[in-house]
Design a protein around this ligand. Structure first.
Ligand code: ADP
Length: 515
């Protein structure tokens, strides 16, 4: 028996998981690190911290299981997308990495749109220039830190910096590269046009692979620092969403996933490159060779409930402590006592602005329709319903784009709640399946390592052999009818309030100097 290793360079920490060939988890370890916010809206991390976390977590797994590095057949890397890692000629990190949630680059995104043109950028890369994409961050460095820009020798994504430390190779793969705005997503190659327009050098960019391909092997130094065996193959892996989708089996037409993590994602497999003209969904290469995916993002999904718990959930937290339960479980049980529609209480989950479908950083959260009848459990249910409506917005754009939706798989922390799963089924009007795969992206990355090292013939086969659907939740007819009506009102509320969001956004900026 040999083993597969998945390493996920997340935002709060690195999660390393060891799997048996049949996909069973043997052991997992998390090593955390900080995110630095030196100015409002900035978000940075030190690549050395990621590497230290990889060394820690791999070391712990090897020590705990007693498995030797030699027994590991292959390694898959995954992690946060869009981050900017800059190296000089000696391979040294030039400045802290600017990570995905950094918000300093709105001006550069606008500047690119003005100089190159939004339609042209979509034509070159399949996506509009959103501030969080890597190339936009690179333009910020060009404008604001020219002395750093001058010394750039390599531009890497977070997980690819770990690849460099493990193998000495400068390489990436198409799914993560899709979030740079430097990839010609349709042709799965770097975009010569974008490179030219932005005044950067092609040889700064790493070699491109399909996600399952072996990109190199652990070298002597990598082995010395981690305990992994020299010569172990490291495959491309994937951006966290694409690798997570592989881990959930989203590798066939019609299978769509709804993820309720801190943010929410609706992710659909696609045989062709399909682009939403409004740029409301991202179109990226999938970690399946020659395939793509389309995805929509709800900024504050589980994050909305987390915010509510932190602000108003002290009582539940105390009771949960006594019962040795998770406060979210208590919330979920209480909200299940409320009728669908929360007796007219509607929540707009725009606590952090919104990406899909509004692309509106000024959008704000709203509780609408409060009466004296409403109790705390109505608010909890309204939060869950509002998040489901927002995910349904992404689903309806997929349908507009004529992408088939035949099966919905739900995952992420929120999917632990039976009530939230039922609400998703009722609002979507679809059977919703949950999958037994808690390791998310790390599992998908390990499966890709299994494909690259010949254990499985294809990504599809890897998923078929290892992924089991745990539970099915059917939509209830009477709830559907209620939700159809509330969902229409939910959509109207954003349109009615759009201008007012802008007004309050400006007021806050004037009074508090933010944004
Ligand atoms: P991340 O995206 O940060 O990895 P997770 O996938 O772990 O996050 O999801 C975290 C979110 O899941 C929490 O913010 C919370 O809203 C939700 N959550 C976690 N457990 C439960 C539960 N038992 N019931 C309902 N929601 C839950």
């Amino acid at each position: 028996m040999s083993f597969l290793l998945g390493i996920d360079i997340g935002t709060s920490g690195t999660k390393t998981c060891l799997f048996r060939e049949d996909g069973t988890v043997i052991s997992s370890a998390l090593a955390e690190y900080p995110m630095y916010q030196p100015k409002p809206g900035w978000a940075e991390q030190h690549p050395e911290d990621w590497w230290q976390a990889v060394r820690d977590s791999v070391g712990r797994i090897l020590a705990e299981t007693g498995i030797s590095g030699k027994e590991i057949r292959g390694i898959g890397l995954t992690g946060q997308m869009h981050g900017l890692v800059l190296l000089d000629r000696e391979g040294k990190v030039l400045r802290p990495a600017i990570i995905w949630c950094d918000q300093r680059t709105e001006a550069q995104a606008k500047g690119m749109e003005e100089r190159i043109g939004r339609e042209r950028i979509i034509e070159y890369t399949a996506n509009p220039p959103l501030p969080n994409f890597t190339a936009v961050k690179l333009m910020w460095v060009k404008e604001r830190e020219p002395e750093v820009f001058e010394r750039i020798h390599r531009v890497l994504l977070p997980k690819d910096y770990i690849r460099y430390k493990l193998t000495g190779e400068f390489a990436t793969e198409v799914s993560d590269a899709s979030g740079t705005l430097l990839l010609d997503v349709a042709n799965r190659s770097w975009s010569g046009e974008m490179i030219r327009h932005l005044g950067i050098q092609r040889d700064w960019l790493p070699r491109l692979h399909e996600s399952h391909e072996v990109t190199g092997t652990v070298h002597a130094q990598g082995s010395k620092e981690t305990g992994l065996a020299a010569g172990t193959p490291v495959v491309g892996g994937g951006g966290d969403q694409a690798a997570g989708a592989v881990g959930n089996g989203i590798v066939r037409p019609g299978v769509v996933s709804a993820v309720i993590g801190t943010s929410g994602v609706v992710f659909a497999f696609s045989e062709q490159v399909k682009v939403d003209a409004g740029g409301r969904l991202h179109t990226f290469c999938h970690a399946v060779p020659g395939k793509w995916h389309v995805m929509g993002v709800t900024q504050a999904a589980g994050g909305s409930l987390q915010w509510f718990r932190n602000q108003f959930g002290d009582a539940e937290r105390n009771v949960a402590d006594l019962l040795n339960k998770d406060p979210y479980e208590l919330f979920s049980e209480q909200a299940a006592l409320v009728e669908p529609g929360s007796e007219g209480l509607i929540f707009l989950p725009y606590l952090m602005g919104e990406r899909t479908p509004h692309l509106d950083p000024a959008a704000k959260g709203v509780f609408f329709g409060i009466t004296s009848r409403h109790r705390k459990n109505h608010f909890v249910r309204a939060v869950m319903e509002g998040v489901a409506y927002s995910l349904a917005d992404s689903l309806s754009i997929l349908r507009e784009m004529e992408l088939k939706v035949s099966e919905v798989r739900v995952s992420g922390g929120g999917a632990r709640s039976p009530l939230w799963r039922q609400i998703i089924a009722d609002v979507f009007g679809h059977d919703v399946y949950s999958v037994r795969a808690n390791e998310g992206p790390a599992f998908g990355a390990a499966l890709l390592a299994g494909v690259g090292t010949g254990l499985f013939a294809s990504v599809e086969e890897a998923c078929e052999q290892t992924i089991r659907v745990a539970e099915k939740c059917r939509p209830l007819g009477e709830n559907r009818a209620v939700y159809d009506r509330y969902y229409r009102l939910y959509r109207k509320l954003y349109q009615d309030l759009k201008e007012d969001f802008r007004l309050v956004h400006r007021l806050v900026a004037d009074h508090h100097g933010a944004e």
